[in-house]
Design a protein around this ligand. Sequence first.
Ligand SMILES: NC(=O)c1ccc[n+]([C@@H]2O[C@H](COP(=O)([O-])OP(=O)(O)OC[C@H]3O[C@@H](n4cnc5c(N)ncnc54)[C@H](OP(=O)(O)O)[C@@H]3O)[C@@H](O)[C@H]2O)c1
Length: 246
Amino acid sequence: MKIVVVGGTGRIGSQVVSLLQDRGHEAVAAAPSTGVDTLTGEGLAEVLKGADVVVDVANSPSFEKEAALDFFTRAMRHLTAAEREAGVRHHVALSIIGVDEVPELGYYLAKVAQEEAVRASGVPFSIVRVGQFFEFVAPVMDLTTQGQEVHLPSTQLRPIAAADVAAVVAETAQGEPVNGLRLKAGPEIHRLDRLAEITLAAKPDGRSVVTDENAGMFAGIPDGVLTGDDTVDTAATRYEDWLKRN
Ligand SMILES: NC(=O)c1ccc[n+]([C@@H]2O[C@H](COP(=O)([O-])OP(=O)(O)OC[C@H]3O[C@@H](n4cnc5c(N)ncnc54)[C@H](OP(=O)(O)O)[C@@H]3O)[C@@H](O)[C@H]2O)c1
């Protein structure tokens, strides 16, 4: 199959392209750095010629509410129009577990707008919602570091390795559209402050963790929202095992 991976040069996208190529597919990375820009539509018609499937794992360069909303809204308008024109038969989108239950997070509102555009596009689709990436923990810690203290709330997450995300996205792209959600997260539910403690125990850097229920973007999110329920499929990689290798 010809599978176009929008955002195919990014953290998830580059791994999805490799996995699909290993399975014998013609997987093509589409991104500004390869001459395809979903914000302007540049290069879309050409790259989608003959495409069976589009995987969209692009991301907004800014996580700020208005910028992210503008990114996903404009990108989806161009992308879905080009997909209809090209006769694409499956659109795979990557989203976040609980994304529609946290209206106070501007970036999540933008992802909900992206999901709505997928559903309204007329192109058969699968939306893969996953937990926060393991790779996201260290940057989240840095954002709320004050001196030698990492301030984070006890909000529950069910994080997942980016490699496990790429695997479920690639598998979904090779299957039939579900015209709904597919949910995947890591094997363990962690409190965010404890995740930071586990991280610093594995990689001490002089900082310590202070539980602060008002700190950072995940503050005040009720338990269960970002972890999902028992309909979530479990990925294999544990955070502590991943930390040893990364
Ligand atoms: N972080 C999390 O915990 C988490 C959890 C669940 C889901 N997600 C979702 O996972 C997805 C992928 O994230 P990631 O970390 O892999 O992203 P990333 O590494 O930042 O990669 C972003 C990709 O988007 C491309 N891109 C940027 N602007 C574009 C445009 N105008 N047109 C086409 N492509 C464009 C980039 O291309 P260039 O290389 O050319 O710049 C790059 O390939 C995102 O949609 C995010 O919402 C994230």
